[in-house]
Every structure is written in C-alpha cells, then in structure tokens.
Design a protein around this ligand. Sequence first.
Ligand code: ZN
Ligand code: ZN
Length: 372
Amino acid sequence: MIPVNTMEMLMEFPSLIVQDLNNFHYDGYISICKQMYRFEIKVPASRRLSEASVNCDWRLHKLIKDFKTVIAQRLRQCENIVSFVKELQMIAERQLEDENKDTPESSKFCQQLISHIESLGWERLVFIDQSFTELHVQYMDSGNREHIMKLFIGNQYPADTPKCSVELPTKFDLHWTTQSELRDAYKQFTAAVDSYKEFWDVMSEIDTNTWVLEPEKPTYSARHRRIAISASVSVQLTVDPTHPRALPECKFLGSDQAIAPVRRSMNTNIHLWDERKGLLENLQTLLDVKFPSPTNSRKEEFSVECGICYAYRMESEIPDEVCNDTRCGQAFHKTCVIEWLRALPSSRQSFNTIFGNCPYCEKAMTVKMIVK
Ligand SMILES: [Zn+2]
Ligand SMILES: [Zn+2]
C-alpha cells in the first residue's frame, strides 16, 4: 500500500510538511475551524497505517480524546494518510463546533450516534459525511454482491425514523421504534437482501449468458431484462422477485411476422415449464430458441440502429418500432418514426394511431402513439 498521494496531501494540508523521502512522515499544522493545530503522523517501514504514530498539541488532544477508539478504528480502515487526517479533522471540527455552540444536545446526538455506530461495527460503515447525517453501510451477500444502504439521520435521532435508500426489487420499509438503533436497521436490510438471493442469482445468469439490450446497466432493483433472440426479435422479461424461477411475464418485440413463431412455440410448450430447472433453460425450451450469448456473437449484431437517426440509444429509448414487412424489418425509435410520418401529407392519424409508409421500403406501416 502506498500510504499517501503527495499531490493530494499538498492540496488538502499545505501546512503538513513531509519529513522523509518515502513520504511516511509528516509534521506541521492542520486547520480545525480556521485555527491551526500542531500535528504529526509517522507511518513505520511496514507501510501499515494502523501502526502509525500520531502526535498533536494538547488543545487538539483535548478535542479528540473521547474519540480514541474511533480514531484507532479509522486508522485501520483508511486507505491513506490524507483520508485519515481528513477524518480526524472532521471529528475535531465537529467537537469544537459543539463546544463553541455550548449545546449539550448536539454533543449528545454525536456521542449517541457514535456509540450506535460502534455497536453496528465500524467495518460496516463505508461512508459518513462531515455533519454525521448521511451514513452508508455495506453488506456482502453470499453471492459476493455488494449491497449498500444509505441512511439519512435527522437531528432528532434516534427519536425520528431515519430515512433510508436501498436497491431492492420491492419496496423496503424500515421498522423503527423509540428503542431502535442503527444495527436494527442493518439487520432488517441484510434480511431483505438475503431473501432476494435466488432472484439475483437468476438475474445474473441472464446477464452473463445472453445479450441484455435493456436496461443498459441493470441495478439490483431492476426486474426487467430485454434480451436478444435474433437481430430483429427480442423478449422483455419481468421476473417476479419472490418467485424468480416461475414463468416470467414475456413481451415480444419485433415485427408481427418475426415474432409469430416464438409466440406460437410459447403457447404450445407452456406446460413444459419446470421450476426445478434454470430460467434460461426453461425459456429456451418454451420458445424453441437458443439465445445468442457473448460466447458466440457480438452485441452489435443485436443492437440494430434506428433507420432514421442512425443511433441506437436515444435518451432511454431504443429502436423497437419495426417495419412489419419481413423483407425490410427495419427498426426505428418510436419518437423518430412518429415525427417522420406526421411530417408526410400521405400519412393519416386516427385517435392514437398513425397510418403511413415505412421510410425504408414504403410498405404500409401503423404506429401506436402511446408512449410507454
Ligand atoms: Zn431514431
Ligand atoms: Zn419497411
């Protein structure tokens, strides 16, 4: 481990002067609430930050003396000297502000929160902001996936329920009582994460073995996958997170003629679905297709660009309006083809449908204007 990025150190703490060629030893001043305090940090030859020695003047020592365990913990976890000194500075600033304000309430808040972080375990905390109001805690599930819960702590903590943000496929409500603390929130979060293990296993099987056209970067909350079947046909799956091995909702995209055979196979084979088998294996049996995968094809073969704007992705839209003539089968963005057809005097509109001609082959084409 390289203990310091010297440029960053210089920018953040210009008054800490490097004392050796290895950049292991710094001595000088750090600013806390615009006052300068003497500070020294020395990392031993082992390069381990956790073994570093820290010296500071008595005023700074007085400010941080109640936070010795926290500081020792941060020394073990921080990536480098800069981030450690920043955290120490943050703790001291917070403490000094409290002293200056002489508001015991705010200090009590801080003390209590820190003791709750301690009982949660500092190693689970991956981020905390300077005002101690936003915390990110981490959980690695048994599939080695990293999950983060963001907690927003109000100044009435723990009386008020913290707000939280998580990435789960269903809604997550934190159950909070006056007795609750951070570790209770964490327990609920990890239990929820564990309950979706099978769902994420199924989704990652799809993601590694097929070409996912949508979403571009699936999140843990995404239940949809649009996967390529051929250059002009794809299927959008909606997987039930509580029954991920059940037959997902399937919506086929492509021209009517092109998707007719897969629809037919699905209707014929629907009784063959077997929840003991994998979702992809089941789908391939049902649709009587073999999904193109990264091992036998390139993604560009399936992300066919729009015949009007020549791009594939347009904001969140991809070309899914396809000419119904199989010899043409050109795909367009809905927005592009609607704009095109509306500009032509030969097109006509009835309610939400536009009747016109394909910009490519001039065969009749109808486009529904309902925006998804
Ligand atoms: Zn377009
Ligand atoms: Zn056409």
